[in-house]
Write a protein that binds this ligand. Sequence first.
Ligand code: IPD
Ligand code: CA
Ligand code: CA
Length: 271
Amino acid sequence: MSETERILELATGLAREAGAIQRERWGTELQISTKSADVDLVTEVDRACEDLIVAALERERPADSILAEEGGLREKPGSTWRWVVDPLDGTTNFAHSYPCFCVSIGVELEGEATVGVVYNPIMDELFHAVRGGGAFLNGEPIHATRETKLGRSLVATGFAYDRRKSHRDNLTELACFLDRARAIRRDGSAALDLCAVACGRLDGYWEFKLAPWDVAGGRVIVEEAGGRVSDFHGGPAPASGAQMLASNGGIHDAMLEALAAAREEDAEAQG
Ligand code: IPD
Ligand code: CA
Ligand code: CA
């Protein structure tokens, strides 16, 4: 077994274990607290899932660095692999018993997103990809759609937790896509949005002000499913999650045009 295969096996097992905790606690009474804003939630299940994953990584992969949402960066000097973990993506959904959340694990080799594992415990759907090896849902190959017209496309987005304070709240972009796409969804889990693009349930997805753990797992899965990820200008998508445009490839330029139109409208509004 190659090192990448061992990493994939470990990531898959941990995503399933953390997902089992989420399945068990879903719909039960939770301790809910807030983080960066009063709409930015965290529960004891987010922390329990992260603790499980981080403890296993420290045991099994002591030389690897870990960046995890709740605990931050545990950097190992000289490490070649870095695990980027969102222990529960879709916390607001989880806190409201809305069945759309997941565990997302991305593993970077020398800074390049190389392995992605996203597990939806309610649907029992495990998405995975290794760079160069295709993308899979429960072991079956998946592919992005072949749609080429934004007007026939289903796209999704999301809104950052600072939206009550920031003017960059995605509303101009939303209006531009409402004019251009067939329909828009807001599912509340960036990692599952990316996987939905990868398996053809969505044709495209955009969001900004995400975090590295929101995108680290899903971006490899999109690319390996034949889709494209970029920033809002068509350049490489930053690992920071600051801008994420993911599509089937065929509507990517039309999505870039919609984002450019939103920028222009915002600039005009500011005089
Ligand atoms: C959030 C979800 C949501 C996105 C937010 C993320 P969390 O992650 O992915 O869809 O719109 O920007 O922060 O807080 O549930 O892990
Ligand atoms: Ca997240
Ligand atoms: Ca999270």
